[in-house]
Design a protein around this ligand. Structure first.
Ligand code: FPP
Length: 238
């Protein structure tokens, strides 16, 4: 795998999103509880953050917990929140010394999250807001429709007609680069309320691989596939 060659390719995506699906199935197939799949899933998230950083990708978005995921069993939701807590520690211990900006998309004011988690997440955002090399956008308690409604409700208070740029500026992802590539693991071919406004011209890469098994090698395959595509943004072919 020639990382330098890949990194210097001008067609490399600048903003990549991961819909990390298949943790539960990965665990059940190994005779483990579903929650173990989320632990391995989190390890893989860390691996891919490092890899994206090595590749010079500027923005990464990770769809970790949707507004619909609260419907899962209490045990599973509790476990995911515990992992979120661990994830914040990883950020604090391993990323604060680096040029990495941390942001979150989603409603983190939700009181179903322990107060300590909400506070630590907000602190990380504040402490890293001036960093520039890599932005990690973790989507937690995130729903694309909820995000658009949030923007619309802020805008109706202003009471003026709005254009695309104005609406974009009221999204959680307001200052991120255009979303180039969305990778979804586990064979499902849908977007599940993930960044509907931002993804109108994104490229999609679907793989049957379950998230904990999604390797760097497969990431390279996804990137090469993406770089071989012609992005026309509505223009004619050729
Ligand atoms: C999708 O797999 C995974 C999730 C809904 C949860 C992912 C959570 C983590 C990796 C922990 C880190 C948490 C945060 C908030 C940063 P699935 O369970 O839907 O898999 P399945 O389709 O096989 O059931």
């Amino acid at each position: 795998m020639n990382i330098e060659k890949l990194k210097n390719n001008p067609r490399m995506p600048k903003h990549v999103a991961y819909i990390i699906d298949g943790n539960g199935r990965w665990a059940l197939r190994r005779g483990l509880p579903r929650t173990a799949g989320h632990s391995f899933g989190l390890e893989n998230v860390k691996k891919h953050i490092e890899f994206a950083s090595d590749l010079g990708i500027k923005n990464i978005s990770i769809y970790a917990f949707s507004t619909e995921n609260w419907k899962r069993s209490e045990k599973e939701v509790k476990y995911i929140i515990k992992l979120f807590d661990k994830y914040l520690d990883v950020f604090k211990n391993e990323y604060l010394s680096r040029d990495v900006r941390i942001i979150f998309s989603g409603d983190l004011s939700d009181e179903r999250f322990p107060e300590d988690i909400r506070k630590r997440a907000a602190e990380l955002v504040e402490m890293t807001k001036h960093k520039t090399s890599l932005t990690i956008n973790t989507c937690v308690n995130y729903g694309g429709r909820q995000e658009i409604l949030k923007a619309v409700n802020e805008l109706v208070k202003i009471g003026k007609p709005v254009d695309e740029a104005t609406l974009t500026s009221h999204l959680y992802s307001a200052d991120l680069l255009p979303l180039d590539l969305i990778i979804r693991t586990s064979g499902e071919q849908r977007t599940s309320n993930f960044m509907p406004w931002q993804s109108v011209y994104s490229e999609f890469y679907f793989t049957k691989t379950l998230w904990p098994s999604f390797s760097k090698k497969e990431m390279v395959k996804a990137l090469k596939d993406y770089m071989g595509r012609e992005r026309r943004f509505g223009k004619e072919k050729g």
